[in-house]
Write a protein that binds this ligand. Structure first.
Ligand code: NAD
Ligand code: UDP
Length: 324
């Protein structure tokens, strides 16, 4: 069995964080889940509280905290446009001050630290698919900038802590990921379409629906995160993790209608400002360095996600915390 490590997961109660915590607890590590529950709820990790190698701390990452750990997975940050635009100043603070606090912890403890960065660092890309070498086209003053620029500054901080202080950093650029336990009211395309299809409501296509995204199932993504943390020494990335299969939003809607057997019709609404027209990861590097690639098809992933949406009590999910 691998050596047990002390690991903190910031944003550990969220969609990806809770699955990552499950995985790390199952591997026998001593896991600290740290979250302020802005876009998540305790129910996501309730089942882990029975394990004596799991600990839950309510904490906001913009406040300092002193823990002794071997590894940090830094996931704390609202991820859905509706969530990160709820309080954009706080979103930037979470990315930037959160990064500084946990890089400081990694430096003090000699810990490895992985940053959940995003395909949004590429903005509305002029290069397709997007390799890690592409520097991006982000509107610094648009409504998505709080998230995109916050994540870009976090990447800068990670590389500066590496250069200045020798901190072992790992940068992962995550592309759209979905699956059970995603927030049903996060306003993202997969959750919206599934809820609408199951309720027989109209499916809201923003713009003409020809914009594309590449959707990765959460198990594939979590596997990639763990591989990157345990990847080659002196390999900070950045590395793209995502599923290269690319779909238009119209194709996604059709597939969700097909799987659910819904009679929902489409309705067209205005495209949000700065909405990227296309997005597809170039995962050559992840294949080469981590021997990683997604294994779950969109149909299989959506089927599992739809099953979960059918079984959960949607009333139990609350919108983002006020006063955040
Ligand atoms: P999520 O919203 O479910 O999880 C984020 C978690 O961070 C939540 O539990 C939230 O309560 C917590 N959080 C937010 N602000 C905080 C703060 N100030 N202090 C402490 N906790 C805070 O989203 P997710 O999809 O699980 O995303 C996890 C990470 O992955 C995020 O950093 C996100 O930017 C990144 N990411 C996700 C995707 C995706 O498609 N899901 C794509 C790119 C990047
Ligand atoms: N979208 C849509 N209908 C919805 C929600 C989103 O057509 O009800 C579109 C949105 O305009 C974008 C794509 O789906 O082009 C993905 O949006 P999402 O918010 O899921 O994530 P993004 O990749 O834009 O951060």
């Amino acid at each position: 069995m691998a050596t047990s490590k002390r690991i903190v997961v910031t944003g550990g109660a969220g969609f990806l964080g809770s699955h990552l915590c499950e995985r790390l607890v199952a591997e026998g590590h001593d896991v600290i889940c740290l979250d302020n529950f802005f876009t998540s709820q305790k129910t996501n990790v309730l089942h882990l509280l029975d394990y004596n190698n799991f600990e839950l701390i309510r904490h906001d990452v913009i406040q300092p905290i002193y823990l002794e750990v071997d590894e940090v997975y830094n996931l704390a940050c609202p991820a859905a446009p509706g969530h990160y635009q709820y309080n954009p100043v706080k979103t930037t603070k979470t990315s930037v001050i959160g990064a500084i606090n946990f890089l400081g912890m990694a430096k003090r403890c000699g810990a490895k630290i992985l940053q959940a960065s995003t395909s949004e660092v590429y903005g509305d890309p002029e290069v397709h698919p997007q390799p890690e070498s592409y520097r991006g086209a982000v509107n610094t003053i648009g409504p998505r900038a709080c998230y995109d620029e916050g994540k870009r500054v976090a990447e800068t901080l990670f590389m500066d802590y590496r250069r200045m202080n020798g901190v072992d950093v790992r940068l992962v650029r995550i592309f759209n990921t979905y699956g059970p336990r995603m927030h049903p009211f996060d306003g993202r395309v997969v959750s919206n379409f599934i809820r609408q299809a199951l309720a027989g409501e109209k499916i809201t296509i923003f713009g003409d629906g020809l914009q594309t995204r590449s959707f990765c199932y959460r198990d594939d993504l979590v596997e990639g995160l763990v591989r990157m943390m345990n990847g080659p020494k002196d390999f900070p990335g950045p590395i793209n993790l995502g599923n290269p299969d690319e779909y238009t939003m119209l194709e996604l809607a059709e597939e969700i209608i097909r799987i659910t057997g819904s009679s929902s019709k489409l309705t067209f609404e205005p495209l949000p400002e700065d909405d990227p027209t296309r997005r597809q990861p170039d995962i050559t590097l992840a294949r080469q360095v981590l021997d990683w690639e997604p294994t779950v098809s969109l149909t299989d992933g959506l089927t599992k996600t739809i099953e979960w949406f059918r079984t959960v009590d949607l009333e139990a999910f609350r919108p983002p915390t006020p006063n955040y």
